[in-house]
Design a binder for this molecule. Sequence first.
Ligand SMILES: [Zn+2]
Length: 446
Amino acid sequence: MRVLAVLVMLLTASAAPVASAQQPDIIQEHWYHSYATLTVDVNAWADDYPEIVDLISAGNTELGRELWLVRLSDWSVETKPDGAQKEIVYIDGGHHGNEHLGTELAFLTAEYYIEGWAAGDQEAIDVLTTTELHILIMLNADGNDLDTRWNFNQVDLNRNYDHYWNNCPPNNPTQPGSGPFSESETLANSIYMNTVVQDADLYVTMHTGVWIMLYPWGRWPEQPSDWELFHFIRDDVHENVSDIPIQNANQGLYPNCGTSRDYGYGVMGFPTFTFETDDEQWALGTAEPLSSRLGEELDVMQYLISNIWYWRARLSVTSFDFDGDSIGLEVENFGRATTENATVRYIDEGEVMWASELFSVNATNSTQANLDASNLTLSKSGHFELYYQKRVIDSSLWVNEKIPEELIGISDGEDTGWLPFASPMWAILAIGLAGLKRNEHFQDNF
Ligand SMILES: [Zn+2]
């Protein structure tokens, strides 16, 4: 098998046109990528579509091969058209070198948006003007070319992450490596997660095995803290996109520790899925063209990517009244994730001057709160913001989003000594003017 794999690698590498173009469709659609053909293809993308393809290497395999990472977005603009920060998607493929269809799904996902952009397809244009896709297509290039699950050191890379590493029952033997991130491939992947895509609201890691999508946890049978988000996606996919089974990774399988999925959720706070394409392994190609063979999987990826805006809590204040003693607050959550431990904060010159008690807003729900604000003192240059976590899981990112000035109502309470100004009307005017001035600097807050 290994000899065959190497032979095929050489054949497909030499059959591919040099540098300037991708493999012909007849090869592209039926032969799985080797490291050599992947290298040709991703460099051709970067050459042909520099406006949307930013190709980097995220590091090296144990044998020194590049970890090609294709970054797709309309790089001529830094933000979304409305000035908001772009959404960030992280995808990796090929942890296991013999799971070629999973690697091909990562490749096809990139190809779908690149070719869509080139053809003027509106969906691809919309995604690339609002979203950054970061796709590390083949993490285990050494194992890929030998058609083996393991990396060069005979380690299972998907047991090598620093999340309950080597912590599973001993009756489930794995080869997790000598310590968390002992392997150059997983270390590079974790560094990229922590330094470049730490704001991601979707992480999909692609494998091959049983046709299924798995969300956390692998370590425990219990549902994850953000079960509402995962269950919403499961039900929505089933109703509108695909019948692919979607469940938590431990349930019905076996405990698995140190996986990139549990790391992505438990340490990074990403909504994370392991996407397992069907059960073909140990094969070098496919009779059915890949794009139709993986068509339904690609539909699911398009759904997850197009709707990424919803994969977190998205709070929006609908009313806000401060009467000198308390704040009456109504806040809606447009996202599919619940947030707990949210607060209203009062900020002046970058400092938190005051913070309210905690409140929660359930997914796709709204909350009314009456927050004690008897020790809050307004100033001419201060402003209110919401401070909350994107999801329930402890590790999920905190965001601070300015509450629009026009929503804030201020009335004189019973205690008239609370304002530093002569009258409440004066205060409203002062805050409003300060808000106008500050708005120039707050375009990237939402
Ligand atoms: Zn796998």
